[in-house]
Design a protein around this ligand. Structure first.
Ligand SMILES: Cc1ncc(COP(=O)(O)O)c(/C=N/[C@@H]2CCCCNC2=O)c1O
Length: 439
């Protein structure tokens, strides 16, 4: 091993194809909500690797589960033979996920392959070739999941031929100036009655909080009313809980805040606690469509399935949903207090430990992407890790491990506010951030 700095070795060895970098983060270890940087510096992790490290780092329950699964390894997948951890996980997910009728679970590696599977199987099983999704949505980075996404980072990528994108209901930047979402619902109903016949639409992809589109919480009752409209046309609702699901928002499922039950639920990221596993829970008449329809060699591997079972148990045993609500309330209040005098902060929003801070130009509502990229860089310099999202790249996103405590929340809020102030005061130069493309 060379003695060159880890970040330099990364640049020489790993392809940029899979990099989304904001500052020169190089990690050699971690525990809890702390990351250990190359060189030994400790960083407060307010991202959990975009929400994947739901139990933080080196969690003992996860370590024990993975060790057990690897000590008596029940094969490596469920393609051509089943295994106990995968079956037990599917059974647990069916118990924990509200839904009607006979249902099945599909196990994958990522949110991308899970959403891609839904995007392929719904048209195949229903014969309905059209699909709906929201502008700003990031449903994945594979061809089939990008085909049903609407994120600005994927402009130019081929979309599904039958895809119709509509604006997401954003109370801060409302469609037709109507923060209630009623105008948008009327627009969608009009589409179903005219140019995008509801009878031809197989499914509607939605996030209960639009995460990469800007951490946007929809207006009250919007999703419930949208689900009612979809129900009238026989359109399946596909709830993408990959980022905000599994206790992060104060409920096990984020859709529980919206008083509706989706037809299909997609889980990922935090499900594996940092190990790659995703899941689709849906009606048997869809999920039983065919065999060998959407498979990858390591799908349902017992080690990641055991990790997911441990995550679900830890969420239940430690009351992590209620904790996310209470610590998230502290974090949001601390952020609001620490930034109260900063006109650059246009909006603070979210649920539980899914929080967005929208940065704007001090003299208008215009998004300030340059401030966001310099703020996350400055925060890293000050000792905290978080990134930005949004259609205009101007929303700081906090998705810390669900085990974040109140002291860490207060420290994180102080660093975030200081980073906004310092970046606004010009303490981060264009030269320092120019090597980090972000998104
Ligand atoms: C709501 C939602 N659905 C699906 C996905 C795709 O999950 P994978 O990246 O595990 O394939 C994601 C992934 N989000 C991206 C991952 C790429 C880097 C930018 N930040 C994210 O959180 C997501 O937020």
């Amino acid at each position: 091993m060379t003695d060159a700095a880890l970040i330099a070795r990364d640049g020489a060895a790993l392809s940029p194809l899979q990099k989304l970098r904001f500052f020169p983060l190089a990690v050699t270890g971690g525990a809890g909500c702390t990351l250990i940087e190359d060189g030994g510096r400790e960083l407060l992790d307010l991202s959990a690797s975009w929400g994947a490290a739901s139990l933080g780092h080196s969690h003992p329950v996860l370590r024990a589960a993975v060790d057990r699964a690897l000590s008596d390894q029940a094969g490596a997948s469920i393609l051509s033979g089943t295994n106990e951890p995968a079956v037990a996980l599917a059974e647990r997910l069916l118990q924990l996920t509200p839904g009607a009728g006979e249902r099945r679970v599909w196990l994958g590696h990522s949110g991308s392959d899970a959403n891609e599977t839904v995007a392929r199987v719904v048209p195949a099983a229903t014969g309905r070739t059209r699909m709906m999704a929201f502008s700003g949505a990031y449903h994945g980075g594979t061809q089939g999941s990008m085909a049903v996404s609407g994120h600005t980072a994927q402009v130019g990528v081929a979309k599904s031929g039958g895809l119709k994108l509509v604006p997401y209901p954003d109370p801060f930047r409302p469609f037709e100036g109507d923060a209630s979402g009623a105008a948008l619902l009327a627009h969608i109903e009009h589409l179903f009655a005219t140019t995008c016949a509801g009878e031809d639409v197989g499914c509607f992809f939605l996030e209960p909080i639009q995460a990469d589109g800007g951490l946007i919480v929809p207006p009250p009752d919007f999703l419930k009313r949208l689900a009612e409209i979809c129900g009238r046309y026989g359109i399946l609702t596909v709830c993408d809980e990959v980022k905000v699901g599994l206790a992060r928002t104060g409920r096990l499922h984020c859709f529980e805040h919206e008083d509706f039950i989706p037809d299909i639920v997609v889980l990922g990221k935090g499900l594996g606690g940092g190990l790659p596993i995703s899941a689709v829970i849906g009606p048997a008449e869809i999920m039983d469509h065919a065999t060998a329809f959407s498979m990858q060699t390591l799908h349902g591997n017992p080690v990641c399935a055991a990790a997911a079972l441990a995550v679900l148990s830890a969420i239940e045993d430690n009351g992590l949903a209620a904790r996310a609500q209470s610590v998230g309330d502290v974090l949001m209040a601390e952020i609001a207090s620490a930034t109260a005098q900063l006109p650059q902060v246009g909006d603070i929003r979210g649920r539980g430990l899914a929080i967005g801070i929208e940065l704007i130009a001090a003299d208008s509502n215009a998004p300030d992407a340059d401030l966001a990229r310099k703020t996350v860089f400055r925060a890293w310099q000050l000792g905290a890790v978080f990134y930005y999202v949004g259609m205009h790249s101007n929303v700081l996103e906090l998705t810390p491990p669900l085990i974040l405590d109140e002291a860490e929340a207060k420290r994180g809020a102080a660093i975030l506010a200081q980073a906004i102030e310092d970046a606004s005061a010009g303490l981060v130069s264009d030269v320092e951030v120019e090597g980090f493309a972000g998104w």
